[in-house]
Design a protein around this ligand. Structure first.
Ligand code: NAI
Ligand code: MG
Length: 540
């Protein structure tokens, strides 16, 4: 009892008075840097699934859609045909420099970064309202650019983006510091201050959701942002910036660069005036980002990288449900998901039964037009990804695994990057399909006989993003999830992620956590303030 009491007394208490707030909102001045912006970029009117969609194509800098300084543009492809949809402005290092300058001036000027945090929360909620009101439009744009099915994107990607905005909108005025009266002769408190200019680099598998996952906690805490979309999928972020204009965010708070990794991405990662960098993508690029930080200004880095996640079926599992969740484990975004359940381990007692039911379920997956409501799987995101997946399927065949289902590309009359849902069995731990991230609709199934053995196999990977256990025995569920080295674990489900719960990786799957309260740590610096209450200066 006494110990509990002392423990409480010794720890600092949360106190509202040390929150990061200034109540006056100043009128923002115009930026000198905005004068050097190039001409306003044209818009594009696209016909997507029979409806007209108007999309801005410029770089979004200082609240306007502008042309790139080099005048270069880049193609955006529809993966269901392989044809060009539209061209957008391609930003390079000089555009990144300008965006960072604008973001810096906006941050330092203070009317955003030191604004009433409740106002920032209201703006995030307003952006959520606009997404909600334009659900069909933004979903259509996302599906045309990525190949996602309309059904999946309208049930997951867009509602997930709206939920994330509302969640961080709620946090904005609840990020508080600590107070401590526990130091004899001194009083101390902490302030949670925004980090500053945040560079953010996102991938092509969840373009809108990753855009929102990145900007929402950064904006809630008063940072300004220079974000780069993936070259394969720039459209939904461009549209979202138009919604950001409509929501009334101050100019310069969000700046978006469409561009390539080696040019624009590299410029953000190496920039001397970017304070923090958040990245989602491949482990290889994650290493390059960390190196760029160490060789430039030691900007704080969070990384959300790849995975090779195990999905374990114990003999007492509800097999019907395990089959459904394991199918979703790979069907979500057609395997182009960092936490996809790509290594399935099935106990020998139920192996044959599971394999039969699972093969039947995977055979029922309808592959086709992303906008058809009966489609379960669209095209893979790009030619690069399509070739990569087919290369892995070929390596599995050559290394001696058995193709139990699929194993080939699907030719459609209209073209496109379609691949059959594929099951490999007779998989050995050393095979490439068991070790490397395929990022496609391909699973490798192995048999196991006891719990300790399967835990060892499950953890035998450089990755550590996610893992799942299917069992009715709750003691086993807790024991095994405790033993799995992964940032997210599931019991009797798969591929379920909520914006309020921390998400990130062990081992080479990343650094830090996104989502939940954890993400607020990434976007705030804690400043300690000591006030002397009578301590005399020591003498040396
Ligand atoms: P990537 O890691 O190269 O691309 C992700 C983002 O990083 C893009 O915006 C890209 O432009 C940018 N980028 C690339 N090189 C950069 C550099 N040197 N400096 C700064 N930014 C850079 O991934 P990629 O090539 O598109 O896909 C390759 C594989 O990576 C996929 O097959 C998949 O296995 C994995 N991947 C994992 C993702 C995840 O969610 N964890 C997302 C995307 C890819
Ligand atoms: Mg595309």
């Amino acid at each position: 009892m006494l110990r509990t009491y002392l423990g409480r007394a010794a720890s600092a208490t949360r106190h509202q008075t040390t929150s990061f707030a200034q109540s006056t909102i100043k009128i923002r001045r115009d930026f000198s840097s905005s004068r050097v912006l190039a001409a306003v970029a044209p818009r594009a009117d696209l016909n997507i699934n029979g409806k007209k969609c108007s999309i801005p194509t410029g770089l979004f800098i200082n609240g306007e859609f502008v042309a790139s300084q080099s005048g270069s543009t880049m193609p955006v492809e529809d993966p269901s045909t392989g044809k060009e949809l539209v061209r957008v402005q391609e930003g390079r290092s000089e555009d990144v420099d300008l965006a960072v300058k604008v973001a810096r001036e906006t941050f330092e000027e203070g009317s955003w970064s030191f604004s009433d945090p409740a106002h920032r929360g209201q703006l995030l909620n307003r952006l959520a309202n606009i997404l909600e009101a334009n659900l069909e439009e933004i979903t259509s744009i996302e599906c045309a650019d990525t190949g996602k099915t309309f059904r999946q994107a309208s049930a997951l990607d867009v509602p997930g983006s709206i939920g994330t905005l509302r969640y961080y909108g709620g946090w904005a005025d609840k990020v508080l510091g600590l107070t401590s009266f526990n130091i004899p002769g001194a009083f101390a408190y902490t302030r949670r201050e925004p980090v500053g200019v945040c560079g953010q680099i996102i991938p092509w598998n969840f373009p809108l959701l990753m855009f929102i996952w990145k900007i929402a906690p950064a904006l809630a805490t008063g940072n300004t942002v220079v974000i780069k979309s993936a070259e394969a999928t720039p459209l939904s972020a461009l549209k979202a910036c138009e919604y950001i204009q409509q929501a009334g965010f101050p100019k310069g708070v969000v700046n978006l660069i469409s561009g390539y990794g080696k040019t624009a991405g590299n410029a953000i990662a190496n920039h001397m005036d970017v304070d923090k960098l958040a990245f989602t993508g491949s482990t290889t690029t994650g290493r390059a980002i960390l190196k760029a930080s160490s060789e430039s200004n030691l900007k704080k880095v969070t990384l959300e990288l790849g995975g090779k996640s195990p999905n374990i079926i114990f003999p007492d599992a509800d097999l019907e449900k395990a089959v459904e969740w394991s199918a979703w484990g790979i069907n979500m975004n057609f395997g182009q998901t960092c936490h996809a359940g790509t290594r399935i381990y099935v106990h020998e007692d139920v192996y044959d039964k599971f394999l039969e039911a699972y093969t039947k379920r995977m055979k029922s997956i309808q592959v086709g037009d992303p906008f058809d409501s009966t489609t379960d799987q669209g095209p893979q995101n790009s030619k690069m990804q399509y070739d990569k997946i087919l290369g892995y399927i070929e390596s599995g065949k050559q290394e001696g695994a058995t193709v139990s289902l699929g194993g080939s590309a699907i030719e459609k009359p209209g073209g496109g990057y379609y691949i059959e849902p594929t099951i490999f069995t007779d998989c050995k731990p050393e095979m490439k399909i068991m070790r490397e991230e395929i990022f496609g609709p391909v699973v490798a199934i192995s048999k196991f006989s006891d719990e300790a053995e399967v835990i060892k196999h499950a953890n035998d990977t450089h990755y550590g993003l996610a893992a799942a256990v299917h069992t009715k025995d709750y003691e086993r569920a807790v024991r095994v999830t405790n033993a799995l080295k992964a940032g997210t674990t599931w019991v009797n489900m798969y591929n379920f992620v909520h914006w309020s719960i921390p998400f990130g990786g062990y081992k080479e799957s990343g650094l830090g956590r996104e989502c939940g309260e954890a993400a607020l740590e990434n976007y705030t610096e804690t400043k300690a303030v000591y006030l002397n209450m009578g301590i005399p200066a020591p003498r040396g």
